[in-house]
Ligand binder design. Structure first.
Ligand code: ZN
Length: 290
């Protein structure tokens, strides 16, 4: 079965207008995140087509296990989103599974694939502190910004952000993020900017608890134990077979058909467990499985 999703959009103090371009319809000028494949309670995608139209991904995950190859986890494990950073995101860190357990959540390991960027755009990934004591001192003295790893990027790059890695997406970057299904972020610095007249909350204590030290390595792949994915250029009519727990697809460019249904840039869909599908047309897609 092929199931298309309605994305859930979020305005952010740092958001821009690239997500509307990606989706092909008008959204606000401060749209920061588009959750395209999500069963997370903070933004559940509903279904666009077929017999489950208007139900949610969470509903079918809970009630139609066969579509997911009888995946044994209690929660749908991944979340796929587009992030448009017109200005800098906060400098932040996410907990691992163990730390997140007390909040009844998965941890958050994430992978980025750069869709678009301004010429000098940078990511922050990791830092050069050798000890936690040093990190805490510099945070307390407001002198940690110069100790962060800044990474120049190019369209098409991959980055792997393990839980515990201090990071930030900086201004001028649009990316596709595949992550564990979690919404726990500990902000350590937010540029002292106002959001609707107020400073956004910081979570320095939790952040210090979970930040990995040392952590200076930048990982430019997407190999991890939670999910896998690839970018696929489909040019001729090709038959594929979905993975045991389904294939989760974002159409990044182009126009075509999947089993004779039209698909185009900006579509988010899943192919259920062990299902044959044919792609036609000139398409660039991102395909995730777990
Ligand atoms: Zn993050």
């Amino acid at each position: 079965m092929i199931i298309f999703f309605n994305p859930v959009l979020f305005d952010k103090v740092w958001g821009g207008n690239k997500i509307g371009d990606f989706l092909g319809y008008n959204v606000s000028n401060t749209c920061g995140e588009c959750w395209g494949i999500s069963a997370h309670k903070n933004g559940e995608c509903s279904i666009k087509n077929g017999i489950y139209k208007d139900k949610t991904l969470k509903y079918i995950f809970d009630n139609h296990k066969d579509l997911f190859g009888f995946y044994e986890g209690k929660e749908f494990p991944i979340l796929i989103k587009i992030v448009d950073a017109k200005s800098d995101l906060s400098i932040q860190v996410h907990p691992d599974d163990e730390y997140a357990k007390k909040f009844n959540s998965y941890g958050k390991t994430e992978c980025w694939y750069i869709l678009e960027n301004e010429p000098d755009a940078e990511l922050i990934i990791g830092h050069n502190f050798k000890t936690k004591e040093d990190l805490v001192n510099k945070i307390n003295n407001n002198d940690f910004i110069n100790h962060l790893n800044r990474v120049k990027i190019t369209k098409g790059d991959y980055y792997f952000i393990n839980s515990g890695t201090l990071h930030a997406i900086c201004a001028g970057i649009t990316l596709l993020e595949v992550q564990q299904s979690s919404d726990i972020t500990y902000r350590i610095y937010d540029y002292n900017r106002l959001d609707k007249g107020k400073l956004r909350e910081l979570h320095v204590k939790d952040a210090i608890d979970v930040i990995k030290v040392p952590d200076s390595e930048v990982i430019t792949s997407h190999n991890n134990k939670y999910f896998d994915y690839l970018i696929l250029h489909n040019q001729t009519e090709t038959v594929y077979h979905s993975h045991l727990h389904g294939d989760y697809i974002v159409v990044l460019e182009g126009l075509g058909e999947i089993n004779n249904q039209p698909i185009k840039k900006g579509d988010f869909l899943m192919v259920s467990s062990n299902y044959k599908y044919t792609l036609k047309g000139n398409l660039k897609i991102q395909k995730t499985w777990f």
